[in-house]
Design a binder for this molecule. Structure first.
Ligand code: MSP
Length: 658
């Protein structure tokens, strides 16, 4: 029996799970189900990455201990997956005692082999990325991810002799064209290897700077670099080196997005090689989900909640959309309109309609049972041939992570079946009393429909099970339907005559676009009214204020306000509010902060970029027309004139006012 082991990245627990995490995990689930359907011994692993600076900072912000903090968010990830139909076999946490022990074993092994050494190192450290950058990697002296100036840190650390294995890695990638796929990412890695920018990897952090990590087995003053620790989850979860699952499932394949290509394509294979372990089979790399062509981010307030989407549109329809809409490897843009379009076109019009009309006709004309099949004419043979080709393509493309193309291949068949219904006109055959021909036509359709349902089981387990049950082959969403996919794509058969069929099918109801638009309009109107009322109330409250001196506050009260100087990096109009500008302001926090301000009447956005401003940072975040503001820019206003408060001379970003 062949074995299949699939993994997702283990997610950082400093953010709530969102559409991006859900996509990778749903894809992994679909692949795992596909291999289970093929009868392979399959193991699907996901989990959470819980060490490092960022986690400590997030825990501190919430006033929690790192352990309490990671326990809570890891539990959220774990609880979400079943709600998205995800059936992972294992969930690994890097704070598991077992994982920690295996990481220490691995470190010791590579250390004993002489591939870890102690050295002095000066580097540009970005706290946002938790890593050192070489001069060459910086862009105009700034971190390419965060556009902030990294801190130059010089300290003694442990290094993994990664550079020793880079020529070998290049050869391996050249000799194995689908080791990293799709090809664009393979080329990216080859370019990285040929650039000469890669050096040995710093794999420790002194405890004086960070304690939240796995202690090195050969030096108690240091903890392990978070990536070196995290990558090892892929084998620690299998019980490497002595657990029975390790030889059973390794080597497996990984699924990641393009953001973490380098650690998976360079660090990880060289780590495995240094420890004398076999490499993974494939690194499957996908693109990013954007929201209306903008990066999803908490500070922009445009993070998509996958659970809400699955509740609104139906879990299976949501899963189908994700796999069909994104061409694996490229970025894709998410919007509710595109889900609605896909559901109405592919699921309601094509697939749902096929099931609904064929089953109601078999109920009417064939006593609700699978009719016997007669001799095929040319039209029947064309459908049968198309069906087998579609299945062969589906199996090959799906297994090779080309999900969108695999589904498209299946839909060519679905659409052809609908046309075949039109051209064969079973209602006319019935009228003419040509039962032999009618029976054959219905048999051809039902046979093709069953094969479509089998292929869809990995993507839409509940709907596919319902489809099979409607065809008289009871199935459920948890257990793969019994079949031999290879055989299914070679033989146009699979239904016994006489089996009872459902009399009706309403799998994917059409979404009423006009009604949705109306409801959205009404909601927007209600929000507008609410804002108006709030503003009026505020105005009424604020009206007498200018004449009277403000009430006294204590010194402590004033000190509680976090007032800072920052530089405007980005400034643009709020997409949904005319009077508001959206600013990204650098307060030296590692990442610019989004602040919304009613400045649009006074300033053109380009006037503000590069200017220093003063702002209050610790105001509670406020959502304004879909975007979240994390603070308030200070201004002075008198009789329609407005000026921005600025320091008298340039000050470092983040300087405290008070
Ligand atoms: N902890 C590391 C991974 C260690 S694996 C040994 C990490 N975690 S993460 O929480 O940042 O997750 C990154 C992954 O989340 C991406 O590689 C991708 O799988 C998923 N996504 C996060 N945002 C995404 C999009 N906007 N679009 C698609 N997937 C994205 O990196």
């Amino acid at each position: 029996m062949s074995h299949f082991f699939i993994t997702t990245p283990i997610y950082y627990v400093n953010a709530q799970p969102h559409l991006g995490h859900a996509y990778t995990t749903i894809v992994a689930d679909c692949l795992a189900r596909f291999h289970r359907l093929k009868g392979e011994d399959t193991l699907f692993l996901t989990g959470t990455d819980e060490h490092g600076d960022k986690i400590v900072q997030s825990a501190e912000k919430q006033g929690k201990s790192p352990q309490a903090f990671v326990d809570a968010i890891s539990a959220q990830f774990r609880a979400l997956w079943p709600q998205l139909g995800i059936a992972n076999d294992r969930f690994v946490r890097t704070t598991d005692a077992d994982h920690k022990a295996r990481v220490r074993q691995f470190l010791q092994k590579v250390y004993d082999a002489g591939d870890i050494y102690f050295g002095e190192f000066g580097g540009h450290y970005c706290y946002g990325c938790e890593r050192f950058y070489t001069e060459k990697e910086l862009e105009n002296g700034l971190c390419p991810q965060h556009l902030t100036k990294p801190e130059f840190i010089s300290e003694k650390n442990y290094f993994f002799r990664m550079s020793k294995y880079l020529p070998w890695l290049r050869e391996h990638i050249l000799a194995n064209p689908d080791f990293i796929r799709p090809e664009r990412y393979r080329n990216e890695v080859l370019a990285m290897l040929e650039s000469g920018a890669l050096e040995d990897l710093c794999i420790s952090r002194p405890k004086s700077r960070l304690t939240w990590g796995i202690e090195l087995p050969f030096d108690t003053d240091y903890v392990c670099y978070v990536w070196f620790d995290a990558l090892l989850n892929y084998i620690s979860a299998l019980g490497w080196p002595d657990g029975p699952d390790y030889p059973r499932y390794w080597p497996g394949e990984h699924l990641v997005a393009k953001d973490i290509l380098k650690p998976h394509a360079v660090f990880w294979p060289t780590m495995l090689k240094a420890a004398g372990l076999p490499l993974y089979r494939h690194l499957n790399v996908h693109g990013y989900w954007l929201v209306r062509d903008t990066k999803m981010s908490k500070s922009l307030g445009n993070v998509v909640d996958p659970l809400a989407m699955s509740k609104e549109f139906g879990l299976d329809a949501f899963r189908y959309f994700l796999l069909r809409e994104m061409h694996f490897g490229s970025d894709a843009s998410f919007s509710e309109e595109s889900i609605v379009t896909r559901i109405n076109a592919d699921l309601a019009n094509d697939l749902g309609n096929l099931y609904s009309r064929v089953l109601s006709m078999t109920a009417k004309y064939c006593e609700g049972r699978t009719p016997a099949c007669g001799t095929f004419n040319e039209d029947d043979r064309a459908i049968a041939d198309l069906c087998l080709t579609a299945l062969q393509n589906f199996v090959q493309l799906f297994g090779g992570t080309q999900f969108s193309q695999a589904l498209e291949s299946l839909w060519e068949l679905v659409r052809a079946c609908n046309k075949y219904v039109d051209s064969q006109a079973p209602w006319a055959l019935f009228k003419q009393g040509d039962m032999a021909r009618l029976n054959t036509v219905m048999h051809v359709l039902l046979t093709a429909m069953r094969k479509v349902a089998l292929c869809l089981w990995p993507v839409m387990p509940q709907s596919a099970a319902a489809m099979l049950s409607q065809l008289g082959q009871p199935a459920d969403g948890d257990t793969p339907p019994a079949c031999d996919l290879e055989q299914e794509s070679r033989e146009f058969a699979g239904l016994a005559a006489g089996a009872p069929l459902a009399a009706a099918s309403n799998l994917f109801p059409r979404i009423d676009v006009a009604a949705r638009a109306k409801a959205a309009e009404a909601a927007a109107r209600a929000e507008k009214e609410k804002n108006k009322a709030e503003k009026a109330a505020q105005k009424a409250k604020a009206a007498p204020a200018p004449a009277e001196p403000a009430a006294e506050i204590s010194f402590e009260h004033f000190k509680a306000a976090d007032l800072r100087v920052g530089t405007v990096r980005v400034c643009e109009r709020h997409p949904n509010a005319d009077r508001i500008l959206r600013l990204e302001i650098d307060f030296g926090e590692g990442q610019p902060r989004q602040i919304l301000s009613g400045l649009a009447e006074y300033f053109a956005p380009e006037e503000l970029v590069g200017r220093q401003v003063c702002a209050v940072l610790n105001l509670a975040p406020r959502k304004i027309r879909g975007l979240v503001s994390h603070g308030m820019v200070l201004t002075a206003e008198q009789e329609g004139r407005l000026v921005l408060l600025q320091p008298g001379g340039p000050m470092p970003d983040g300087s405290r006012i008070g």
